[in-house]
Design a protein around this ligand. Structure first.
Ligand code: ADP
Ligand code: MG
Length: 351
């Protein structure tokens, strides 16, 4: 339920605007008379996918779902036998493997963020993620000894990409969990842009990554609700964006358990091997690429307020952060896009 708050809210807001599209403007109505609204809810990348697509052609929603499944199975998933990442992991310590242009490009971009965040985002964290096993609902704090042991496997420096040749040092394995949904959004964008009949779309993957594309039939902006990190059935506020944007949120409320008053969540600090305690509880990134929005959201969560803001700015991304005192911090650009509506939170500075 909590996982889907952002999705459902996003969809409801979309629906609201769709109904607005049938307003009084008869000229606009005439022009857009042949644009259909296609809505679809499916499952891909281990999570719910919601689509609203405006097109004057055939229904493209199942193509989008297939595209995401293909990204997951053939490309990203370390679990899927046939994926390029699984093949790289299997050949760690051996000679360099040749990968597709798409994988080489993504790995280079992922490594750039790992480097620029000084390892706060690290795509080699997979073994620790599996130790904590929050994806499968584990509620056990692993032994410190085990954490220390697996920390030895963490280090993005163990991945080397030269053109299409990729090699991994012995013991290194890649897990793109923190960037995969954004990568999926990038691929969907490529698919949508090949179809000139599609004039606009909102694609939501798992509630934490959203892509807006083109425009709505009535030309009004896209509206995306952000989840209240301490009451996931409620909203924090609304982002209003136009055209193509990628919005990703990382939060300590997505997958967690409480023990002795401590929240153990799924965003790990690669320095300690345990859930990150940077003081932030939710980080949202808005930028012009999916992979970057997703990976930066995770990186900023671990880096904390000051360093996270500096990293977002270095990537020309906009950011909305929430800290454990329920203060909301934003880049200058984000303050023009985000409206806080939840009275339980405050802007860190008067707006
Ligand atoms: P979500 O997948 O819930 O949208 P994120 O994008 O923040 O959230 O990704 C969290 C996932 O990324 C974790 O479940 C784990 O697989 C992986 N991960 C956790 N911590 C890190 C980290 N510091 N760097 C890279 N990947 C991480
Ligand atoms: Mg992420």
């Amino acid at each position: 339920m909590k996982k889907y708050a952002m999705i459902i809210c996003g969809l409801l807001v979309c629906m609201l605007f769709v109904s607005c599209a049938s307003g009084d403007d008869s000229e606009a109505q005439q022009e857009n008379a042949d644009i259909q609204t296609y809505r679809y809810t499916g499952f891909a990348m281990g999570t719910a996918v919601m689509e609203t697509i405006y097109s004057s052609g055939a229904d493209p929603t199942t193509d989008v779902e297939s595209c995401l499944k293909e990204v997951e199975e053939k490309w990203i998933s370390w679990k899927s036998e046939g994926s390029e990442i699984a093949a790289l992991n299997k050949n760690a310590g051996k000679k360099a493997q040749t990968v597709s242009d798409a994988t080489a490009d993504c790995l280079s971009r992922v490594l750039a963020i790992a480097k620029d965040s000084r390892g706060a985002f690290d795509p080699t964290i997979g073994q620790l993620t599996r130790l904590w096993d929050l994806d499968n609902g584990s509620q056990v704090v692993p032994e410190e000894k085990k954490i220390k042991e697996l920390l030895k496997s963490v280090g993005y420096e163990g991945i080397s990409v030269e053109g299409n040749k990729v090699s991994l040092e012995t013991g290194t394995s890649i897990d793109l969990g923190a960037a995969g949904k954004g990568m999926g959004c990038d691929e969907v964008k490529k698919l949508l842009s090949q179809d000139p009949d599609i004039s606009g779309a909102v694609i939501t993957i798992g509630g934490s990554s959203i892509m807006t594309y083109g425009s709505k039939p009535d030309g009004s902006p896209w509206s995306v609700a952000l989840t209240d990190p301490r009451d996931t059935a409620d909203y924090l506020g609304t982002l209003t964006v136009t055209g193509e944007q990628y919005i990703s949120t990382s939060g300590d409320y997505e997958k967690f358990f409480m023990k002795d008053g401590i929240r153990y969540h799924h965003i790990l600090d690669p320095g300690t091997g345990s859930p990150s305690r940077s003081g932030l509880i939710s980080t949202t990134i808005i930028c012009d690429k999916g992979l970057e929005s997703d990976a930066l959201a995770t990186a900023c969560f671990v880096l904390g307020k000051e360093k996270g803001m500096a990293l977002a700015e270095a990537y020309d991304a906009e950011a909305v952060f929430v800290d454990e005192d329920k203060q909301v911090y934003m880049t200058k650009g984000a303050s023009e896009l985000f409206e806080l509506t939840n009275e339980g939170y405050q802007y860190s500075q008067p707006q």
